[in-house]
Design a protein around this ligand. Sequence first.
Ligand SMILES: Cc1ncc(COP(=O)(O)O)c(C=O)c1O
Length: 434
Amino acid sequence: MERRAFLTSLGFGMGASILAPSLVQSSNINGEGSTIQTGDWKGLRKLFPLTHDYIQLSTFLLASHPKPVADAIEKHRRALDENPSDYWHQHFLTIDSEISNSAAQYMGGKGENIALTDSTTMGLSMVYSGLKLHAGDEILQTVHDHYSTDMALVHRANRSGVKIQRIALYDNPANVNVEDVLDRLKSAINRDTRVFAATWVHSSTGVKLPIREMADEIARLNKKRKAAQQILFCVDGVHGFGIENQDVSELGCDFFIAGTHKWMFGPRGTGVIWGNDKAWQQTEAVIPSFSGSYDVWMGLAKPEQVPVGEHMSPGGFHSFEHRWALPEAFKLHLQLGKENVQSRIHQLNQQTKNGLGKMAHVTLYTPQSSAFSSGLVCFDVKGMKPETVVTSMHEKGIIMSSTPYRTSYARFAPSLLNNEQEIELALAEIRAMG
Ligand SMILES: Cc1ncc(COP(=O)(O)O)c(C=O)c1O
């Protein structure tokens, strides 16, 4: 009753959250925000409090908050600390759809098809836990996926008798090619396969999969299958998202799942799931939403009035100051220009690969072509363990990472927060290890 009484006192009435999309789209919770210019990389770097004591070649791991994001977090934090109840009540009706709409402006698709999560891991778990599958159905995944996909699927299989199969889409990452990937995919799909789970850009090797071609292949197979045997294509897109100039609703997959606290520079603890209508229809909510679905539970609205993304966004009270600041990250990327972002990151990655490729003591695992790579460059230095390379570089003032997989490589992640000189300095240190 408290919820309804409050809505009425505000003059919103029943189900206003569902019924007033135009109001939602036109409002802007964070004000005017930043004024960064298209492709202004030096200006962009100044928006980050990231220390200059190091060359940062692993910024994708967890975002440092750029000023517009930090300002929005601070604004919401202060207001929540001063008066949590009133501030939350003033925003909760409209804010989730406002955030989803801002996500859609950046990533494509419809805002109502986007659920808000706290991370890639949460998004993957929501999808793989919620898919309507039967015992004996098979989920096909790849050996290149991250721990988060692997374990979300293991947990699902342990609960439900769903089977998991794994395939390698390439043996030598440096030579990955479309024909081979499609052949391997086709031959691994069988009559029990209902889901194909894959990762856009592999944090293990830096390989970017040809998602569009893979989706087209699955669509061809689906044409020959009955409705109950259709295969859903689910993609962990966290690497690639915030780099590639891509409308994810045109990538061809059914679900696209990503954290927004890596390449996107969004608040730490934020993420999104985009699903097409067909995909969401085949998925149950796992955690109750606190948005429109709460109105359904109260008897104030019908389920069909609740946008699916809202219904699928895990509810409960969150670190709202972070979630509510997320539109600033999308806005920043749009101001920089998606095309510029893509070409800048590929340019710095190409410079890195060209340099490493000339070193006799270095084995490069990431493909040279930006058609098959994005943002991550994985390599070995002869006679050195990846962790030793990382430690030694850290001592020289360069922060990089080793890949957290059973087979581990040294990894650079040249990003918008780097410049050509920094790449040359990092290459010089690797060269000196020869
Ligand atoms: C491919 C991939 N998926 C998922 C994750 C987990 O992301 P999150 O921290 O957003 O859950 C990572 C790395 O952290 C990753 O490399």
